[in-house]
Design a protein around this ligand. Structure first.
Ligand SMILES: Nc1ncnc2c1ncn2[C@@H]1O[C@H](COP(=O)(O)OP(=O)(O)OP(=O)(O)O)[C@@H](O)[C@H]1O
Ligand SMILES: [Mg+2]
Length: 446
């Protein structure tokens, strides 16, 4: 089975002729499913998804309502096409066993925009996750992210380094702590890090030696002596730092390199820390990384998340799906394929607009640039205003189901359907099917 085998949509309500569709026959990979509540969008998406999947496309389904598990497809009558092992369950929740997506992951291709674009994008996410975050906090964040990437050996100007292990928000927290302590102590972050490290190492060493010497049944006096030795070494290190920091020369000729953060406000930095800590505490961005699989129906189960968090995760999923498509296309040198390798399915209109208002949003990028890289997006929406005008221009296949009469005028305007055709729509019964030319009324997917 491949994409050159037509998919049977249903029969033309007027002529009784079968209606077929296939990816190679349309100009891009994006599909819109429009219909009021209960009209049959999810039913239609189930049928399309099963048919496209068995023809070899990897699916990424954002599941907001719990509509896309194997059992749901079974209930739609598609149990003969899909099996439980076709599904890769990626569950997000606020617990340790849930999956995470690291927004700091640098896409490994130039199209991803490297470190610069990733930083810009993390900034956007932090703003979405925490709408109260202000420009000052976000500017600090940008500086901190630059440092964190440098420390991970990832350099924007050297794409070879982008594949290195990306830092996480936990590294960002660590850097915030360093700067906070450096600001408090009026010293540089390297010194702060050295001091904390020296203390931590001494403490670990002492604890380890005490345990070992106790097991070896050495006398307490010997153990005490060993601890004092370790402390003496620590004192030397700390004295060295004190001497370096507190001397006439250092305090009067401040000609050393000044850091950007030297004049930062501790309050702002502290509030930024609270924001990042909140993101870490949600467990959505650090911990078990989600592992989408090729050749599967990847179901990103977001049912347990708050709407705001669903949106944040949707953005990251969209950006990773796009990155996957770009990477594969480049690897296989397969630009402008006739059918998609990856389809992102979002059957929840109200979020789609929110996450696609910015032209650089990953959702829009799939919509506009996805075709060349074998990536497409399917949107299920209840009203035409749930998709942006920009995204609307980029659908090649339309499934228009029954909507309330009040929306006919707008649908006529946006989709060019005659109102008389819209009046023939019945929920769960038929739809208007179009691929650029005139629409046909189709009794679909029985
Ligand atoms: N073509 C059809 N044939 C038979 N049953 C259908 C058909 N379309 C929809 N149904 C049934 O009608 C009900 C509502 O359909 P569905 O859940 O797809 O609506 P929806 O448009 O996704 O609604 P919502 O916007 O509330 O998610 C479901 O039980 C579904 O199985
Ligand atoms: Mg639905």
């Amino acid at each position: 089975m491949d994409h050159f085998v037509d998919i049977h949509i249903g029969v033309d309500a007027k002529t009784g002729e079968p209606k077929i569709w296939s990816y190679p026959s349309v100009t891009n990979f994006n599909i819109i499913f429009l219909g009021g509540s209960g009209a049959g969008k999810t039913h239609t998406i189930h049928h399309m998804a099963a048919n496209v999947y068995v023809r070899g496309t990897t699916l990424h389904v954002i599941d907001i309502k719990g509509d896309f598990a194997h059992s749901n497809f079974e209930a739609t009558g598609l149990g003969h096409m899909l099996h439980p092992e076709d599904f890769n369950e990626i569950k997000f929740n606020y617990y340790q066993d849930g999956c995470s997506l690291n927004p700091l992951q640098v896409p490994r291709t130039e199209e991803g925009g490297g470190v610069v674009r990733t930083i810009e994008y993390v900034k956007e996410l932090v703003k979405v996750f925490n709408p109260q975050s202000g420009p000052k906090q976000l500017n600090y964040l940008i500086e901190i992210l630059k440092t964190v990437y440098t420390k991970s050996g990832i350099d924007h100007d050297d794409p070879e380094t982008w594949a290195r292990q990306s830092p996480t928000l936990i590294d960002v927290l660590g850097e915030i702590d360093l700067i906070f302590n450096a600001l408090t102590g009026g010293m540089d972050t390297t010194t702060v890090a050295d001091i904390f490290k020296a203390y931590g190492q001494a403490k670990n060493q002492a604890e380890k030696d005490i345990r070992k010497m106790k097991i070896d049944e050495e006398p307490n006096s010997a153990i005490e002596e060993r601890v004092q030795e370790i402390r003496a070494t620590l004192e030397d290190t700390l004295k060295g730092h004190a001497a370096k920091l507190i001397n006439f020369d250092a305090l009067t000729n401040r000609n050393g390199a000044r850091s950007d953060w030297e004049h930062w406000s501790k309050e702002t930095l502290y509030s930024l820390k609270a924001i990042i800590q909140g993101m870490v505490d949600s467990r959505l961005f650090t911990g078990n990384p989600s592992k989408p699989k090729q050749g599967k129906i990847n179901r990103y189960d977001l049912t347990a998340l708050s709407p705001a968090h669903q949106q944040v995760i949707m953005r990251i999923i969209a950006s990773q799906v796009f990155a996957m498509g770009v990477m594969e296309t480049k690897r296989n040198n397969a630009f402008n394929p006739k059918y998609p390798a990856h389809i992102l399915i979002a059957d929840e209109g109200k979020h789609i607009k929110e996450i696609s208002v910015s032209p650089i949003s990953p959702f829009n990028r799939i919509g506009t640039e996805g075709r060349g890289y074998g990536v497409g997006v399917w949107c299920g929406v209840q009203q035409p205003d749930q998709v942006t005008k920009d995204l609307l221009k980029n659908f090649a296949t339309f499934f228009l189901l029954k909507t309330p009469d009040a929306s006919y005028q707008e649908i006529t305007k946006l989709f060019g359907v005659r109102p008389t055709l819209l009046k023939s729509l019945l929920p769960r019964e038929n739809l208007l099917f179009g691929t650029g030319g005139p629409y046909s009324l189709v009794n679909h997917f029985r």
